[in-house]
Design a protein around this ligand. Structure first.
Ligand code: NAP
Length: 425
């Protein structure tokens, strides 16, 4: 709200059928209501920087020791660009990382720099959620912001520079009953002395039958990927969190109008994103509105909305729908082995331990509180350090371990003290 309690300037309700604007009385979020917005103190001009003294020449870096080839793994570049394993026998890794978002790749950088030669099962669609994010403005070190895919490409190159091996395929099964652990990916069974799980979370859909039928025919969960196709069209974004606000703002580059459909009368997203969204001339908000059906035969033509306060239903013509209502952790493949909470997120003990000694957890796959690229990266760093210390404590640094199957302690007692990792501090 502004100081008059009259809502953000420019915010309008819309007549769904016609798209015409009607005045809105809906309050914005409680965060926004907490104080006036848009009246920030002007930032003082930055004094010209003192010229940087010429840098002392950097001593030539010690060459990175060549990584011993690991037989019998082999890769081939398929026509579609996917790297595939040609040897079905797999390989043994001291640290095997599942996932290639900020958590997985940061773990890979740290593990590789600790000479642990990590194998990263990166996923069939590698890179995690940042691959479908446009501008990332809150990752430290990029004062002008950076595109999500570019940030992930940088992290991947950094991990590979230190010897991490990445395989772009999905994990189908794991066996944590004995050490070395087994991870089957792309039909290949790998073994590992330790595992770091960093599989992140995936977009949630509305779960409407016609939404599933028309997905890819005007329905998407990725404005960065598909926004281009909606030039000069009226599109809708469902959700009230930062993802929805980010999608809506991105779509204004193309669409003639973006309707943000939210089931409540206040947004969940951060205040800065709310301000940008609610003040954008191309964005209108349909408050207290739930999508109950998607209309259209060959492609989407409209939505049926229900007013969450009155129960009244109405139709809204639109040509594109972007669903941004949150994410689901990618934990199905681990459910027989690791404890999960009621939403499916992995339960973590003692910082990064899964409850099975030698199996560590990092990033959004367990963190539904912060869910930021930077917190995921920090988690990946912690998991790699914990894995390294745990391997040292196991006396595995001499390479002796990983050959004899050893019963894993604590599998049956996930979540109990006896099952917790004994990571030295
Ligand atoms: P989120 O914060 O959980 O928001 C999900 C939104 O979808 C909520 O507004 C929710 O409504 C709505 N919703 C959930 N289920 C729905 C359903 N079935 N039908 C209609 N609406 C539904 O998820 P998110 O936006 O993906 O953000 C996740 C985390 O990532 C947050 O911590 C966020 O700050 C962060 N993030 C940050 C950035 C950034 O900083 N650039 C960008 C994206 C995400 P209610 O509000 O009524 O619950």
């Amino acid at each position: 709200m502004n100081e008059n309690g009259a809502g953000f300037g420019g915010l309008q309700m819309i007549d769904d059928a016609s798209g015409a604007e009607i005045p809105s009385t809906a309050p914005v979020s409680s965060a926004a209501a907490a104080g006036p917005v848009g009246t920030a103190t002007p930032i003082a001009p930055i004094a010209p920087a003192t010229p940087i003294a010429p840098a002392t020449p950097i001593a030539p870096a010690t060459p990175i020791a060549p990584i011993a080839p690991i037989a019998p793994i082999a890769f081939e570049q398929a026509a579609d660009g996917v790297v595939a394993l040609t040897d079905r026998g797999g390989s043994h890794a001291r640290v095997l990382i599942v996932g290639s978002g900020p958590a997985g790749l940061t773990a890979a950088i740290y593990a590789a720099r600790a000479d642990l030669e990590p194998l990263v099962i990166a996923g069939f669609v590698p890179g995690g959620q940042l691959m479908i994010t446009s501008e990332v403005e809150n990752y430290p070190g990029f004062p002008e912001g950076i595109e999500g895919p570019q940030l992930m490409a940088n992290m991947r190159a950094q991990a590979e520079r230190f010897g991490a091996r990445l395989v772009d395929t999905d994990v189908e099964a794991v066996d944590f009953s004995a050490r070395p652990f087994a991870v089957t990916a792309g039909g290949t069974r790998h073994t590992a002395d330790s595992v770091i799980i960093a599989t992140g979370a995936s977009a949630i859909w509305l779960d409407l039958p016609n939404e599933t039928r028309l997905r890819g025919r005007g329905i998407s969960a990725c404005a960065t990927c598909d926004g281009f196709f909606f030039r000069d069209k009226r599109v809708a974004v469902v959700g009230g969190g930062d993802s929805a606000l980010e999608e809506a703002l991105f779509l204004t580059k193309f669409a003639s109008e973006v309707v943000l459909i939210h089931r409540r009368d206040e947004l969940r997203g951060s205040r800065i994103m709310q301000n940008r969204t609610l003040n954008h001339p191309k964005i209108r908000v349909a408050w207290n509105s739930q999508v109950v059906d998607v209309l259209g035969e060959e492609k989407i033509a409209g939505l049926r909305l229900r007013d969450t306060q009155t129960g009244a239903e109405r139709e809204m013509p639109i040509e594109g729908l972007f669903v941004a209502i949150g994410h689901k952790p990618n934990t199905d493949v681990f459910k027989e082995w690791l404890a999960r909470d009621e939403k499916g997120y992995l339960v973590v003990h003692d910082h990064t331990s899964s409850g099975i000694e030698g199996v560590f957890v990092a990033g959004d796959v367990h963190d539904h509180r912060y869910r930021q690229a930077i917190t995921a990266a920090g988690d990946g760093c912690k998991a790699a350090i914990d894995a390294e210390r745990w391997l040292e404590a196991q006396g595995e640094e001499d390479g002796a371990a990983g050959t004899d199957a050893e019963l894993v302690t604590g599998v049956a007692g996930i979540g109990e003290a006896s099952a917790r990792s004994g990571i030295p501090g």
